[in-house]
Design a protein around this ligand. Structure first.
Ligand code: PHE
Length: 505
């Protein structure tokens, strides 16, 4: 049976941009730029994007497309033992969806709370107190928070329906879930910059502090951000590429995807920082006192700013709704892309029926997400994310670049890319995949780890951090187990040359 295919080139590009542009663009990028040199951060950011991010994105698209396989199968075809790396990537992705979807559940709740700006009296107490009823620490799980559980069920159901018919249902979804958040960001950005004090906020984001560029950590942050934001090293872009025809363009598609994603980050930066500037002016405090990233930005700081907006409660409710619909539609494509990477891997190896797998995985993911839906859930979300979202991503990224660059051969892949692409790429591609990416990611890994040793993350008790570390260690072990199970498909390990002849068009 022929592999399913995207309905059009745009369906593929939108799905890829959708995966790349996620919550991180809204709440990680602006904060990164702010704390790493403001306008000067664009220097390491774009260097990282062009020298490392785009080459690895091209490599992932090309591997998936050329071998017509998910990440574990592609890696296994390159070298049998390397299949483990593919599984490591998708297992990490699977564990990430379990809490990513809990954040989606928060957002669903905040859609509801937007009506009448329920948080207006004290957004901080509202979030941690009334909504999360947060416990004293990771040692106390407390009870389930039912509003989160309901939001979680809705999220998984939504993902199931999006993925159910594969590329055809995904293609229909991304036609609106990708443009909509961009439109909302433009609206929120325009409203933002017309508020009093907006310029103050934007100054923080754009005024370059070039002295920062001598700090190695700023460069490490830029490379880390690029890998995270392009959804690399989770097997997603390989799976998406595998639904292309073998002669589909690679280089241009990767460049469009990467630039579309960066444009979204840029818009989000404007929407967020203009409003932070306004809020600081209203509260007569310096901007740096209100700046936050992550969950704190989305559920405390931005909501607080909304409650200060001119125009009364109806206008504020509309702004709140726009903000959370933006986050929801921004996040959903990243969430289901993680699931699709797992689904593609399972289907390739075990020939399981797609719908059956999705039903089983959704139920399992929902159950696993219950841990994060407890009163102590936020602590665990933070701890597990810290270990998986940084370390696993970096280690898998290094190994993946080595397998593609050295075992498959960067030059071989470059030839294929140039055969199918409008834009031709030079030998720098080989240098990037073989040397630059592994070395830079290794440096980032070492810097992050040395920070870890200096100060325990988040001030959590050491047993809780060890638990997070244990989850990280469990991922390659699970990967080995999955790689060892014999495939249902006889051709699973069959060496495939990437060429345009067989099954090409
Ligand atoms: N690229 C997403 C973002 O920036 C994060 C993500 C990474 C999502 C990996 C899925 C997989 O928000």
């Amino acid at each position: 049976m022929a592999r399913e295919k995207w309905g059009s080139r745009w369906a593929f590009i939108l799905a890829a941009v959708g995966s790349a542009a996620g919550l991180g663009n809204a709440w990680r990028f602006p904060y990164m730029a702010y704390s790493n040199g403001g306008g000067a951060f664009y220097v390491p950011y774009f260097i990282a994007l062009f020298l490392a991010g785009i080459p690895l994105l091209m490599a992932e698209f090309a591997i998936g497309q050329g071998l017509q396989s998910s990440a574990p199968k592609s890696m296994g075809k390159i070298k049998k033992g390397a299949e483990i790396i593919g599984w490591w990537a998708v297992i990490t992705g699977a564990l990430i969806t379990f809490y990513y979807n809990v954040i989606m559940a928060y957002i669903f709740n905040y859609l509801y709370y937007s009506f009448g700006v329920s948080w207006k009296d004290d957004p901080n107490n509202f979030f941690f107190g009334k909504f999360l009823q947060v416990s004293s620490g990771p040692g106390e799980l407390g009870g389930l928070r039912w509003p989160i559980v309901i939001g979680l069920a809705v999220t998984w159901l939504w993902i199931y329906f999006i993925l159910r018919k594969g590329t055809s249902s995904v293609g229909k979804t991304v036609m609106w879930t990708v443009p909509l958040p961009v439109i909302l960001l433009i609206i929120l950005g325009i409203r933002g910059i017309t508020l009093e004090g907006a310029a103050e906020g934007l100054n923080f984001l754009f005024q370059p502090n070039f002295e920062k560029l001598v700090e190695p950590r700023v460069w490490a942050n830029a490379f880390g951000q690029i890998f995270f934001t392009l959804s690399l090293a989770f097997g997603i872009m390989i799976a998406y590429g595998s639904y292309n025809k073998k002669n589909e363009d690679v280089a241009n598609n990767a460049i469009i995807t990467a630039l579309g994603n960066s444009a979204t980050s840029y818009l989000a930066g404007i929407a967020v920082f203009s409003v932070l500037g306004y809020m600081a002016t209203q509260l007569s405090v310096p901007v740096n006192e209100v700046v936050k990233g992550g969950i704190g930005l989305a559920f405390v700081v931005y909501p607080k700013a909304i409650s200060l907006f001119p125009g009364g409660v109806i206008v504020q409710s509309i702004i709140g709704l726009s903000f959370f619909v933006m986050l929801l539609t921004l996040g959903i494509d990243s969430a289901f892309s993680l699931v699709e990477a797992v689904e593609a891997a399972a289907e390739d190896k075990f020939k399981i029926n797609k719908k059956a797998f999705l039903i089983g995985f959704s139920i399992f993911g929902f159950a696993a997400g219950l841990l994060y839906s407890t009163q102590g859930g936020l602590y665990w979300l933070d701890i597990i994310d810290h270990f998986l979202g940084t370390y696993a991503l970096l280690i898998v990224g290094i190994l993946e670049a080595i397998v593609i660059g050295w075992i498959f051969g960067a030059e071989e892949l470059r030839k294929y890319i140039n055969q199918v692409s409008e834009v031709k790429i030079g030998k720098w591609f080989n240098f990037s995949i073989k040397y630059l990416i592994p070395v830079v990611l290794l440096i980032v890994l070492v810097l992050t780890f040395s920070d870890e040793l200096k100060e325990p993350y988040g001030g959590y008790p050491s047993w809780a951090l060890w638990t997070g570390f244990f989850v990280l260690i469990a991922t390659p072990i699970l990967a080995i187990i999955f790689a060892k199970i014999p495939p249902k498909d006889n051709n699973y390990y069959k060496k495939a040359k990437i060429d345009l002849e067989e099954g090409g068009m």
